[in-house]
Design a protein around this ligand. Structure first.
Ligand SMILES: Cc1cc2nc3c(=O)[nH]c(=O)nc-3n(C[C@H](O)[C@H](O)[C@H](O)COP(=O)(O)OP(=O)(O)OC[C@H]3O[C@@H](n4cnc5c(N)ncnc54)[C@H](O)[C@@H]3O)c2cc1C
Ligand SMILES: NC(=O)C1=CN([C@@H]2O[C@H](COP(=O)(O)OP(=O)(O)OC[C@H]3O[C@@H](n4cnc5c(N)ncnc54)[C@H](OP(=O)(O)O)[C@@H]3O)[C@@H](O)[C@H]2O)C=CC1
Ligand SMILES: Nc1ccccc1C(=O)C[C@H](N)C(=O)O
Length: 459
């Protein structure tokens, strides 16, 4: 039991229903239980800890401060830290294999590569130790009747369907949420989904013969190529999980690479330094799925005191800032603080939750799209990198007035909408400043210092 979550009421008997035992659902169940509630979690997949399946691929996620805070709230952060790899910087690989580094923040700051399956497993282990939570696997929600508060659940192995009622339903069933699907059919429910013209494919950079990392371990690697890019995040076993973000159509696209020879020739031309580290490239390229990239927005997220959506079910964003899970975990932190404020007045908790959270996840959705342009294109531009260095000098000189946008999003708990607005104001200042600057040393020139001081005074 963690110290940081105070149960708000002594006896609460009503069982809560959490649909989806993924990253957000399992963390949410822990928070709800620690507020004294009994919780039933229904998860479509089999129990990934008992399936006996060795994962075909390791897939990792970047965890940062908002996620860490939510994990700390249930006392799990230290365990996760043991298996997380800090990434202090981006390392860009140009077409000739030349490397450039860009730190993410101050020298002690990093984003952390963690295994998605490992994290989910750790969360489920913790959930299982919590006597107030019951986990039900292989239970796929097929239908939600919002009027009668009834769920239809299909057992994916036996094919048996059961019907259950709920008092309070938490939809944490991901981007293609069945709970949201039912809400979409209610009056005045807003919904939009927007797919990028890009898809992604997961590939692997293999470990060296002694399990060593063949690229810098403490970095997120980027191969920026203008209209597309590849990235790589380190795994504990010495391998890297690579993701190719690539157009569906066009001259360099998934549709233009149809044969193993074409794939190899293309990688030889544009990712030459990575190719020798990817011995199974052709096989992975054709066996691994090409997945789509979507932003989903909706509102309202709740219905009276009956239903609420959290995580990707309410705000699926493209992955380019590495914030989707972090934002979903932050949902749990916010809900926890509202439970402390309102107790089990679910109508008030759900209403406040959606009102406080929606502008912030909308801002995060925009930031995520913005970061794709930055990663695939701007990081290859020396002027962009110079601008970032100047920004960190301003931040060092005026620490109370200037935190770079990336740090606001990644290393702070400032609401995302404030971070975005602040970042836009800072970008305007940089646009005025950069014409005066050609090198890093120019920052110390008197006219630059005067201009910076004037900008700071007028903020
Ligand atoms: C390529 C890629 C890279 C990413 N990288 C990062 C990153 O570095 N950092 C980061 O913070 N985020 C990242 N994300 C985003 C992150 O994966 C999601 O934001 C996060 O998984 C959302 O968690 P969730 O619990 O809301 O949804 P999910 O993780 O999707 O969990 C939903 C759960 O509900 C279950 N479910 C679905 N439908 C039903 C149903 N009908 N009945 C019962 N159960 C159901 C699913 O089986 C699943 O277990 C990335 C996403 C992608 C695609
Ligand atoms: N924002 C984004 O761009 C993306 C976000 N994600 C998030 O990460 C989570 C975990 O990823 P992962 O484990 O790979 O999940 P999956 O890609 O395995 O998706 C889970 C299930 O969602 C359904 N689904 C997937 N793609 C679509 C689609 N385009 N349209 C309708 N239904 C779809 C499928 O269900 P069925 O087989 O029953 O049809 C699939 O089995 C996702 O659930 C999602 O929340 C994932 C991909 C992209
Ligand atoms: N996890 C990811 C998955 C896909 C694409 C990007 C990321 C990132 O984390 C990018 C990192 N935040 C960056 O800005 O360099």
């Amino acid at each position: 039991m963690s110290d940081s979550v105070t149960p708000t009421s002594a006896v609460v008997n009503e069982a809560l229903t959490v649909m989806g035992g993924g990253l957000v659902g399992s963390l949410l169940a822990l928070y709800l239980a620690r507020h004294g509630h009994t919780v039933d979690v229904f998860e479509r997949r089999e129990d990934l800890r008992r399936s006996g399946l060795v994962e075909a691929r390791s897939i990792n996620l970047a965890l940062s401060d908002r996620g860490w805070r939510a994990l700390e709230g249930v006392g799990i952060a230290d365990a996760v830290r043991q298996v997380a790899i800090p990434m202090h910087q981006r390392i860009m690989h140009d077409a000739r294999g030349q490397l450039t580094a860009q730190p993410y923040g101050q020298h002690n700051q990093a984003i952390y590569s963690v295994s998605r399956a490992g994290l989910n497993r750790t969360l489920l282990d913790l959930v299982e130790q919590e006597p107030r939570v019951r986990l039900h696997f292989n239970q796929q929600c097929r239908r939600v009747d919002l009027r009668t508060r009834t769920l239809e659940l299909l057992h994916t192995e036996t094919g048996v369907t059961q019907t259950r009622t709920y008092e309070h339903l938490f939809g944490t069933d991901g981007a293609f949420s069945a709970v949201r699907g039912a809400m979409q059919k209610t009056e005045r429910f807003n919904f939009s989904q927007h797919y990028l013209d890009y898809g992604y494919k997961e590939l692997t950079i293999e470990a060296g013969p002694a399990g060593e990392w063949r690229l810098e371990k403490h970095a997120l690697h980027i191969w920026p190529r203008g209209q597309y890019m590849m990235i790589a995040l380190p795994n504990l076993d010495g391998s890297f999980n690579c993701t190719l973000f690539f157009p569906y159509e066009g001259p360099a696209s998934f549709s233009s690479l149809q044969t193993p020879e074409q794939v190899r020739a293309f990688f030889q031309e544009v990712f030459a330094d990575a190719l020798p580290l990817m011995p199974n490239l052709e096989q992975e390229f054709f066996e691994n799925p090409t997945s789509s990239l979507v932003t989903i927005r909706c509102y309202p997220w709740s219905m009276a005191d009956e239903v609420v959506l959290l995580g990707d079910a309410s705000h699926a964003i493209v992955p380019f800032y590495g914030q989707g899970m972090n934002a979903g975990f932050e949902d749990c932190t916010i809900l926890d603080s509202l439970l402390q404020e309102f107790g089990p007045d679910w109508g008030a908790v759900f209403r406040e939750f959606q009102q406080r959270r929606k502008p912030n996840t909308d801002a995060m959705a925009d930031l995520a799209v913005y970061n794709f342009e930055e990663m695939r294109d701007r990081v290859a531009d020396p002027r962009f990198l110079l601008q970032k260095k100047i920004e960190s000098k301003i931040s060092a000189q005026y620490p109370d007035q200037w935190l770079p946008l990336y740090s606001q999003v990644t290393f702070s708990h400032r609401p995302y909408a404030e971070a975005l607005a602040n970042g836009q104001r800072q970008e305007q200042i940089m646009q005025r400043l950069m014409p005066l600057i050609q090198t890093e040393a120019d920052y110390d020139r008197p006219e630059v210092q005067q201009q910076v001081a004037a900008e700071m005074a007028s903020r």
